[in-house]
Design a binder for this molecule. Sequence first.
Ligand SMILES: [Zn+2]
Ligand SMILES: [Zn+2]
Length: 369
Amino acid sequence: MTIKQGDNALTVPDTMKAWILGGPEELTLGEKPVPEPGVAEVLVRIDAIAVCASDLELIEFGTPGLIEGELPFHKNHTPGHEYMGTVVKPGPGVDEFRPGQRVAVEVHAGCMRCKRCRMGMYTSCLNYGYHSKGHRANGFTTDGGFAQYAVNHVNTLIPIPDVISDEQATLIVTAGTSIYGLDVLGGLIAGESVVVTGAGAIGLIGAGVAKVLGADPVILTDIRDDRLEMGKSLGVDYGINALKENPVEAVHKITNGGADFVMECSGVKTAFNDAVKMVNRGGRVCLAAFAHEPVEVDAQDIVGNNKYVFGIRAEGRSSTHRAAALIAQGKLDPSLIHTHTFPLEELPTALKYAKERIENAIKVVVKIH
Ligand SMILES: [Zn+2]
Ligand SMILES: [Zn+2]
């Protein structure tokens, strides 16, 4: 949707609809003042937002939300972080973006004053949750996108061309997270064997990106055949159903002795050691899923075979820009994992679909404007 300057839709009202988090699982649709963009910020009219497992986690448990060191309950907080929209008002001194421009938004704006931000690791900001120090992770630590408008730091905006639809643009953060994982594993993956464990949104897109970047073969493991089939439409060479065969043995057989890279996207308890066993000597494992319980690790396998293990947090190293480029060029189509759409008023239904995977829901998108 192209919006010209002077379009009524760019006129900013004083108040907006926003979902507000009370206690755990208590979301109400209310009114909030439309926020004012400050220095290095713009106001974005939110057009669409995807629901993520971290939203469900935050609404139920509070984490990974953090507001000035405390959980986000009863703080007038608006969750939602995988959104896109239209720039409606640049803050003072901002000339990088103009009203009417369509943008996707990445979640993390680091404080840009801590050691990690200065290294470029803004998703691992040491001042996470402290807006008073300049940090923003909209939808986790500052107000997010289950609302009509949100203020965003200019560093978090990704201009998008009209060939990318609103729905596709909401998936840029997910694709960026997958790309960051591949980036941390070594980036140049053409001709290398890549295994992705877990065919959730990040895993499916990660497998698709690995294929686009020339990985060979790309192997996807999961326990659901329909997800493995979806992986094939994203370019996966081999789908392994871990309920039907031993995934470690299957990977060793396909790769003739172990894969070069594994990206672990399932978060299940056995996945970490399986991933380590799947790679060959000197191979690399990247953990991209939040695990809910500690696991025992076969340290000797890692040390004795010079294996590398990494953890990634979110869409680091401006990977969202690379995701947008792949989508704009038609090389990656994340809309394959977009299954349902609801209006803003029906957010609770959208969350329920995502949580209970009703009608095989993967990515549920909420359209706002
Ligand atoms: Zn997310
Ligand atoms: Zn920082």
